[in-house]
Design a protein around this ligand. Sequence first.
Ligand SMILES: NC(=O)CC[C@H](N)C(=O)O
Length: 368
Amino acid sequence: MAILVLEDGRTFHGETYGAEGETYGEAVFNTGMTGYQETLTDPSYHRQVVVMTAPHIGNTGVNDEDQESRRIWVAGYVVRDPARRASNWRSRRSLDDELRAQGVVGISGIDTRALTRHLRERGAMRCGISTTETDPDALLGRVRQQPEMKGADLAGEVTAMQPYVVPAIGEKRFTVAAVDLGIKGMTPALMAQRGIEVHVLPATATIADIEAVDPDGVFLSNGPGDPATADVTVLQDVLERGIPYFGICFGNQLFGRALGFGTYKLVYGHRGINQPVMDRTTGKVEVTAHNHGFAVDAPLDAATETPYGTATVSHICLNDDVVEGLELRSADGTLKAFSVQYHPEAAAGPHDAAYLFDRFMDLMGDNT
Ligand SMILES: NC(=O)CC[C@H](N)C(=O)O
């Protein structure tokens, strides 16, 4: 037996799934039909309780290849109908066992459609899951004492403490300093495939740490928490020096803030693997993977002059016109820096946006 209580008091009764105990986090929903292992191990989900809208979860078990980081980060996991047995040639253990082994409290057997509709209407909100508490009011009291996602500074809790290098595959073309704010493993992997030697640096990296690797480009990763809490002076130093810059998700929000834009919290966010985005620089529409609860507040149809160049919104989400990408050009129109709010590393997700890694190569001076 387990209960899930939302901060507005709505309560769901279900079964224990994963570890026993009690957990709290921001309740958010993910609409991906596949890729639960990548979702669970995405550090951007730190402090979030993830509700899967796909009703049947765990079918392919857990393998040793698809994790995006060293552990599961979600604070809690909500599914409707867990697979009774895992079946896949790569599967090593069941998802239930993996959640239990990593101490992740979950709940199954609840109406995830009703829960998702509630979150769509009322917005992402704090929640608690408990396998030990039987009184929803008592749990509700504790839920309301938890910190909100707005104002949460979390990158320091997920970043690598020590720098490390992901070597280029084949001939080395470029060196990139990648600041780990909660980086997913597929990002350096896709860079390495293109001949980039990736120096992954802790979130606390200074401009001196970045310059010490003599990078051809700088990258800021995805990551958990409210972008309004992060310090953007290091990124502003990067832009001032004219070092080519590429950012993903949190790295897009920080790029926005470095350029002088604000960020705000979306009502329920974008989390899934089939979100339509238009690249306004080419007019092409791509189907993309998302995981963001905040967004950049920038004018959609006007260029903005910044101390570093002219900034424009390069990508928008076709569902709701949310800013999905930014670019910075010099007075002669040359691209200097860019970022996207979504996930070209596509783990999980479609590969439509992989061209952005090639765009980064071009930005660093690739002429092939
Ligand atoms: N995946 C991410 O980088 C998420 C960025 C930020 N934490 C948000 O929720 O919007």
